[in-house]
Unconditional design. Structure first.
Length: 70
């Protein structure tokens, strides 16, 4: 009977460690996904900023060119 209690405690302890490790892996996976998503967003954000800057630069050059023609 003592052996079965010891075995039950040992199994319970290892399943607790397994659940803890699984939780850690899920958290780690979530963090990696979040970091990757953030990088993708910032990359897309940089592209949008670049396009806005390019459009404004183009408009500015058009305005300057239009003034020179007058």
């Amino acid at each position: 009977m003592v052996h079965s209690i010891y075995t039950a405690n040992r199994v319970s302890s290892s399943s607790t460690h397994f659940i803890h490790d699984l939780g850690f892996l899920q958290l780690h996976s979530f963090c990696l996904s979040f970091i990757i998503a953030s990088l993708r967003i910032s990359n897309r954000h940089q592209q949008v900023i670049f396009l806005i800057f390019k459009c404004r630069l183009h408009q500015d050059l058009k305005k300057r060119g239009g003034r020179r023609r007058r």
